[in-house]
Design a protein around this ligand. Structure first.
Ligand SMILES: [Zn+2]
Ligand SMILES: [Zn+2]
Length: 371
């Protein structure tokens, strides 16, 4: 049994600002020892992602109480029975969807669609069933099989990818969600080709990662669309050719529209704008998670007459075991400026303030240090 300070969420939908209502309470939880195929990880860095905020504010209901956090990097400190390929001292990044390796989706080479992992995630359980976290004797749900707003976390070995020791933890933390989701949307879901025009709507951690993916893919020209001026400025630094406010019409710059449109804002109206800016024969990829009640309204005719494709992309339609090691190579070559996405680094005690800042939409990616 390991004791760990963790940010516990008992109820969603607290009043803003969270710094006053304090929905995330730092408490000491107890973690069961890692079971078969599981590891105990000391969490060094954890990202503040919009999906965590969506659980906090209630737009994405999850079993409560739970420990949030699904984007992290840390060090393996204990291994359970039967763990192969990981040892104590290994640096790892977490992946927010464990893939079972045996379901039809996994066997078809699309672990991002693993139905077994998706089911355990929605139940707030580990992929092998049950939870490993208790607080005052009460069972606490896991979030996405990770629950990294905690000094320590029990993770299934299929929820982590081993990294070289020289990757800074704050960089490595972003590999498993922001980068996998954003870069994967461009490369795997849209299959963007060199010379294709591309637009990214919503310039948070995932959106700017998609932009980095567009630069790596040599898309051209690249448009970046967001209402926040500082994010547009950063997008231009990262390689966008045009940075537009949503009130501006992309087709004023490129009358044919873009061949690839990546929506990362998680809003149906933004998805509509991205679809309408998608040119003939183009593909609109949506990555953001809108509230469940939002409906998308588009011209039904245009889908056919303009031969367009709309695709959803979850986990960047990626295979984390192949994609994350490639990110390491990109980072070493200077092509993955992850440090530029980091707005702030704070202790875990400031997690409520960090959620306020994310809600305010002025930040790109914040990380917290639980230890
Ligand atoms: Zn995330
Ligand atoms: Zn599977």
């Amino acid at each position: 049994m390991v004791k760990s300070l963790a940010a516990l969420l008992r109820e969603s939908g607290a009043e803003l600002p969270y710094v006053k209502s304090r929905p995330l309470e730092i408490v000491e939880v107890e973690l069961a020892p890692p079971g078969t195929g599981e590891v105990l990880v000391k969490i060094e860095s954890a990202g503040i992602c919009h999906s965590d905020l969506s659980v906090l504010n209630g737009t994405r209901p999850r079993p409560l109480p739970l420990i949030l956090g699904h984007e992290s990097a840390g060090v393996v400190v204990e291994i359970g029975a039967g763990v192969k390929g990981l040892k104590v001292g290994d640096h790892v990044t977490s992946v927010f969807l464990p893939s079972c390796g045996t379901c039809i989706e996994c066997r078809s080479g699309t672990p991002a669609f693993c139905s077994v992992g998706a089911t355990s995630n929605s139940r707030g359980e580990m992929i092998r069933g049950g939870t490993r976290i208790t607080f005052n004797g009460q069972s606490i749900s896991h979030y996405a099989g990770v629950s990294c707003y905690s000094q320590y976390a029990v993770l299934d070995e299929r929820s982590v990818v081993k990294l070289p020791d020289d990757i800074p933890f704050d960089v490595a933390a972003l590999f498993g969600c922001a980068l996998l989701t954003g870069i994967g949307a461009v490369r795997n879901s849209a299959n963007a080709k060199p010379g294709q025009s591309l637009g990214v709507w919503g310039l948070g951690g995932v959106g700017l990662s998609a932009l980095i993916g567009a630069v790596i893919s040599k898309a051209s020209p690249i448009f970046a669309i967001d209402p926040v001026a500082s994010k547009r400025k950063l997008a231009l630094e990262l390689g966008a050719d045009f940075a537009l406010d949503p009130s501006e019409n992309l087709r004023d710059q490129l009358p044919a529209g873009v061949m690839v449109a990546i929506e990362c804002a998680g809003r149906a109206d933004t998805l509509k704008a991205a679809y309408e800016a998608t040119g003939r024969g183009g593909t609109t990829v949506t990555v953001g998670l809108p509230p469940a009640a939002e409906m998308l309204s588009i011209s039904a005719l245009s889908l056919v007459s303009d031969v367009k494709t709309i695709r959803g992309s979850y986990l960047g339609s990626a295979n984390p075991r192949f994609d994350i090691p490639e990110f390491v190579d990109f980072w070493r070559a200077g092509n993955l400026p992850v440090e530029k996405l980091l707005t702030s680094v704070s202790p875990m005690a400031q997690v409520n303030q960090a959620m306020d800042a994310l809600q305010g939409a002025q930040v790109v990616r914040q990380v917290i240090h639980p230890n």
